[in-house]
Design a protein around this ligand. Structure first.
Ligand code: NAP
Length: 481
């Protein structure tokens, strides 16, 4: 079925309709109304996009890293000039509060600049060996990199992958989440305007199984970078094995916020709710288990719930809004189902978990919920809810706190609150998680590696580590004998 397309695919630097003429609708989650019609790629479009990326690689991959870095700097400047436009697209498509969307754009620009400057500082070396000659290593691009991304922070997550991939000399075919393709389509146009070759960055929105599947199976794609659920990620790893692709996976989480009795409870109560409720809890790093020492549990729950109840849930374009809607009616139904399961298994709602109604009636809003009387065996403590729900779980000793925090198949993020310096280090080292903040919510920096332990992923993003995952390492020996 062909309808009027307002947002085309981006292949070889050109926006256009899909080969089969299909399209799909994108909604504004704050109102439940039409936002855009987007061309829906199919297998033929993926093949065209990969062919364009192969051609662009001949030019882009052959440039010196210094030259590539200059183009990436121009790209960063263009994104900065268009930051407000991109933030508004993100706000309308995801339902992300505009203040958060602006914050995301500022990180996006920093990440592009980081890799623009890093790429000529990432190189091989010479190695002493026992024969006469020179043994040396080179960092070389992989070729075409296929990227598949989720809907929760669409542009920021795509950019974490695109910026190091391009800076390292690869070309890219990106499949964004079907719910949120808009911001990255505009961003990719800016890349072409900045002087990246046509076909260096292609964007093919379309159904995960078809478009993502074709990308993962394509023999000319050398690497797949994926962010999404652990279930889909496992399938991608299996499929990618058929052509021995390099794979990095950023997957789900069930992260802990561990609070000891010597922590500044007033500060934790005021700040920690934002480590789970930001982006309406649709955050892979959401600290969705509040693991608190029994002696301070009641005081903390009271403070935490008061902060949560005061969070301003509202229309995302208003500057004062702190939490917008969920991404879809289906996602909200899923989260409400988890709350009902929690209550049936013995939990109690301290605050939230209801729909605000009124002016927000037609959007997919849900008030942040605090659940008490939870044990780590309950469904709400074991499964990733991916919505605004926190489960409070008490402990008595440090050993118990560590055991509960680690009793999950995931290991992505975490917070630890204690004033005891030795305990900070002891517990931080004992927690099986890739990223941890001590006495703070935030622990993600452009310069630091980001990635999960256990079933939360494979490989690292950000920092110089992302360049390792976007290059091959070649060994050359020149004999002088
Ligand atoms: P998802 O359902 O796994 O989808 C992620 C992406 O994969 C989407 O683009 C989706 O396309 C595509 N896809 C679906 N099935 C596929 C298949 N069979 N083959 C290839 N691609 C396929 O995840 P989501 O619901 O968008 O995002 C939420 C999940 O992402 C949560 O589990 C969250 O924890 C995780 N996440 C992790 C991180 C991290 O850094 N660790 C960051 C953010 C989110 P469609 O949109 O067309 O279905």
């Amino acid at each position: 079925m062909s309808t009027t397309v307002t947002e085309g695919l981006l292949i070889a630097g050109e926006r256009g309709e899909a080969a089969e003429g299909r399209s799909f609708e994108v909604l504004n989650p704050a109102t439940g109304t039409h936002l855009a019609t987007v061309a829906e790629a199919g297998v033929e479009d993926v093949n065209r996009a990969v062919a364009a990326a192969v051609t662009a690689y001949q030019q882009w991959g052959a440039l010196s890293p210094v030259t590539r870095g200059r183009t990436m700097h121009r790209f960063a400047n263009l994104v900065e000039e268009h930051a407000e436009q991109l933030a508004l697209l993100e706000c309308r498509n995801v339902g992300m509060p505009i203040s958060d969307a602006r914050g995301q754009l500022s990180m996006i620009i920093d990440v592009i600049r980081y890799y623009a400057g890093a790429v000529d500082k990432f190189f091989g070396n010479t190695v002493p060996v026992e024969r006469e000659g020179v043994a040396m290593t080179f960092r070389e691009p992989i070729g075409v990199v296929g990227l598949i991304t989720p809907w929760n922070f669409p542009l920021n997550i795509a950019n974490w992958k695109i910026a190091p991939a391009l800076a390292a000399g690869n070309t890219v075919v990106l499949k964004p989440a079907s719910l949120t393709p808009l911001s990255v389509l505009r961003y990719a146009e800016l890349a072409a305007e900045a002087g990246l070759p046509a076909g260096a960055l292609n964007v093919v929105p379309g159904p995960g199984g078809t478009v993502g599947g074709a990308l993962v199976a394509h023999p000319d794609v050398g690497k797949i970078g994926f962010t999404g659920s652990t279930e889909v990620g496992a399938g991608i790893a299996r499929a990618a094995a058929a052509t021995i692709k390099r794979v990095t996976l950023e997957l789900g989480g069930k992260s802990a916020c561990v609070v000891f009795e010597d922590a500044d409870i007033e500060k934790v109560g005021a700040l920690a709710p934002f480590a789970v409720f930001e982006n309406c809890g649709q955050d892979c790093c959401a600290r969705s288990r509040l693991i608190v020492q029994r002696s301070v549990k009641d005081e903390l729950v009271e403070r935490y719930a008061a902060t949560t109840a005061a969070i301003r849930v509202g229309m995302p374009e208003l500057p004062e809004t702190q939490v917008g809607p969920m991404i879809s009616a289906g996602q909200r139904d899923t989260v409400e189902g988890y709350i009902a399961t929690g209550l049936a298994e013995g939990a109690r709602i301290v605050t939230g978990g209801d729909r605000p109604g009124g002016d927000l009636e037609s959007g997919f809003f849900l008030r942040p919920a605090v659940l008490e009387d939870v044990t780590n065996q309950m469904t709400v403590a074991r499964e990733e809810i991916f919505g605004p729900v926190v489960s409070v779980i008490p402990f008595d000793t440090e050993e118990q706190a560590i055991a509960i925090a680690n009793d999950t198949p995931y290991g992505l993020s975490g917070s630890l609150w204690t004033r005891d310096g030795a305990r900070q280090l002891r517990v931080a080292r004992a927690m099986r998680t890739g990223v941890l903040g001590v006495n703070t919510n935030s622990s993600v920096f452009v310069q630091m590696p980001f990635g999960g332990y256990k079933q939360s992923g494979v490989g690292k993003e950000l920092g110089m580590h992302a360049l390792e995952h976007n290059t091959e390492l070649k060994s050359v020996f020149i004999s002088t004998e």
